[in-house]
Write a protein that binds this ligand. Structure first.
Ligand code: UFG
Length: 329
């Protein structure tokens, strides 16, 4: 029996494929390659170029392969774009997931682990954030991810599907082996943008606001290594395979760093001065997002290994300095 990884050519998906293969699992990857990269998928995984919105393609997959469980990363994930083009997000994230669940239900595949996000919480009511806190997204991306969670829940009641939603905080870093890493176009995330400065691709980094109510005025985020996220997916799938109930887990380190602290750490790691300039706040950024991941630790037995920001940034730098154009060389 195989594990189907949808969106397995993307950033977090490809890292999960590597961890699954390392754990000796039989892995099938499907990706439409709109934002993913064929080169990110190792040859030991069986690859299908397919879109989750394509019902015939999903049916063919479940008819060709013996799928024990699904890990679903196939979604758009840019907050800013979701505000200017919300229907693109409803189409891929919600309509796509609906088609996928229809096909899974019809083929008797009843276990799914999927990417959710800290963006489901919106402006947090307390720090650290617990899974039981109010979920009131402030952007369309978070709204579609929360709606995906609800879709799973109703499908579970009607058809016996079992699911785990993993609410990631700030995914970062790269595979320690150096073969895969983060490659977005356009890049919007803080750590890869910072590393473009020592990489010679930009002159300085912009700090989006320094008047937040935080220790140095810049936003605080909980940075979690992509390999730790990948491990959590495997643990969540095994939890479902053991008969675990539907569940939602936060995934973060539980430690917050300001934007200025991240830049300072990158300066130390790379040995480059990395000039930074403060500009206006970015619309929709909460001041602080820090997870409580106690539930993932106690229920799934998850233990993040990369809890040190320097190590996380070093792994990202190893990737970006050797792949200045991502998978393009
Ligand atoms: N930032 C800058 N300058 C930049 C880029 C980012 O100062 O050039 C700041 C942002 O304002 C934010 C922090 O760096 O305070 C991190 O920003 P990212 O864009 O890297 O990440 P976000 O926290 O905005 O987004 C992450 C995930 C989203 C998820 C969101 C939840 O990438 O998928 O958390 O709010 F939706």
């Amino acid at each position: 029996m195989a594990i189907l990884v949808l969106g397995g050519a993307g950033y977090i998906g490809s890292h999960t494929v590597y961890e699954l293969l390392d754990a000796g699992r039989d892995v099938v990857v499907a990706d439409n390659l709109v934002t993913g990269f064929r080169a990110a998928v190792p040859s030991q995984a069986r690859f299908y170029q397919a879109d989750i919105r394509d019902r015939a393609a999903m049916d063919r997959l479940f008819e060709t392969e013996q799928i024990d469980g699904v890990i679903h990363f196939a979604a758009f994930s840019q907050v800013g774009e979701s505000m200017t083009d919300p229907l693109k997000y409803y189409d891929n994230n919600l309509h796509g997931t609906m088609v996928l669940l229809q096909s899974m239900t019809d083929h008797g595949v009843d276990k799914i682990v999927f990417s959710s996000t800290a963006a489901t919480y919106g402006e947090p009511e307390q720090i650290p954030i617990l899974e039981t806190d109010a979920a009131t997204p402030t952007n369309c991306y978070g709204e579609t991810k929360l709606a995906m969670e609800h879709m799973m829940s109703w499908t579970s009641r009607a058809h016996g599907l079992r699911y785990v939603a993993l609410r990631y905080f700030n995914a970062c870093g790269a595979h320690p082996g150096g073969a895969i890493g983060e490659a977005h176009d356009p890049e919007t995330h803080l750590i890869p943008l910072i590393l473009q400065v020592p990489g010679g691709k930009r002159e300085k980094v912009f700090i989006f606001g320094d008047d937040y109510p935080t220790r140095d005025g810049t936003c605080v985020r909980d940075y979690i290594h992509v390999t730790d996220l990948a491990q959590a997916h495997i643990l969540a799938l095994d939890y479902l395979l053991r008969g675990g109930e539907n569940n939602v887990f936060n995934l973060g380190n539980g430690v917050g760093f300001t934007v200025k602290e991240v830049i300072d750490t990158a300066r130390r790691v790379t040995g480059h001065p990395i000039p930074a300039e403060v500009c206006e706040r970015r619309a929709g950024d909460p001041a602080q997002l820090v997870a409580s991941s106690e539930k993932a630790k106690s229920v799934l037995g998850w233990k993040p290994r990369y809890d040190d920001l320097s190590t996380i940034i070093s792994s990202a730098w190893q990737w970006h300095s050797t792949h200045p154009n991502g998978y393009g060389g």
